[in-house]
Design a protein around this ligand. Structure first.
Ligand SMILES: NC(=O)c1ccc[n+]([C@@H]2O[C@H](COP(=O)([O-])OP(=O)(O)OC[C@H]3O[C@@H](n4cnc5c(N)ncnc54)[C@H](OP(=O)(O)O)[C@@H]3O)[C@@H](O)[C@H]2O)c1
Length: 202
């Protein structure tokens, strides 16, 4: 499949790009600083651009079977990505989100509330941007999935991912980036969570 990755130069993004190439996909990595990617592969294309470069965004998503968005906290950029996808007919959007974004199926969870309150206090802009970006994704009309995570950790993949909603006791507060990357990649072909915002953890 042809997969476009935003946030490709990030810690999760690089793992995701590598995993997608390993699985035989063609990857288009969108990056404002392509030199940070550090991956060369015959099935890898790089499009250099910022999130306000509509021509580059459109070029990056045209012909893609799916887009994985890992920037997260840039709602205007997310809006432009969604617009480019709508214009080019690319429908599948898998986006990283956080536990600061509630879902109607969540139950009250003290740990999640405490973390979200902490983020809101120390980083009010990312807190509000990630929530606004989630609103853009939900209203996009695309085949979207918001993958909500609490804390990210490094380390080798465990291959174990728990899915559910916060407050039900099914998911914890941390996941390794390698496991998140594998889950995101799986969503490209899995339609279980189309139009949904699962919370996941290790
Ligand atoms: N860290 C956590 O514990 C945590 C918790 C919950 C959710 N998340 C979310 O999970 C995702 C992945 O996290 P991570 O720690 O693996 O990522 P990361 O290493 O911080 O990388 C972030 C990526 O987003 C890109 N990016 C950030 N701001 C951008 C902007 N204004 N315009 C264009 N690109 C921009 C970065 O590009 P450059 O390389 O050019 O900077 C990089 O590719 C993020 O969306 C983050 O918000 C993180």
């Amino acid at each position: 499949m042809r997969i476009t990755v935003f946030g490709a130069t990030g810690r999760t993004g690089r793992l995701l790009v590598a995993a997608a190439l390993e699985e035989g996909h063609h990857v288009t990595a969108y990056a404002r600083t392509p030199g940070k990617l550090g991956i060369a592969h015959p099935d890898l294309s790089v499009v250099e651009g910022r999130l306000d470069d509509e021509e580059a965004l459109t070029r990056a998503v045209r012909g893609a079977d799916a887009v994985i968005e890992g920037v997260g906290s840039e709602s205007e950029g997310t809006r432009r990505i969604v617009r480019a996808m709508a214009a080019t007919g690319t429908r599948r959007l898998v986006a990283i989100s956080t536990c600061s974004v509630p879902d109607p199926a969540d139950l009250p969870d003290l740990r999640v509330r405490a973390l979200a309150r902490f983020v809101r206090t120390v980083a009010p802009r990312p807190w509000s941007e990630v929530r606004a970006a989630a609103g853009v994704v939900r209203a996009s009309g695309l085949d979207w999935t918001l993958v909500r995570v609490a804390r990210l950790a490094d380390g080798p993949p465990t291959g174990q991912v728990r899915t559910g909603h916060y407050g039900h006791g099914a998911v914890g507060m941390s996941i390794r980036r390698a496991d998140l990357a594998a889950f995101l990649l799986g969503q490209v072909t899995d339609r279980t969570y189309v139009g949904a915002a699962p919370a996941i953890s290790g």
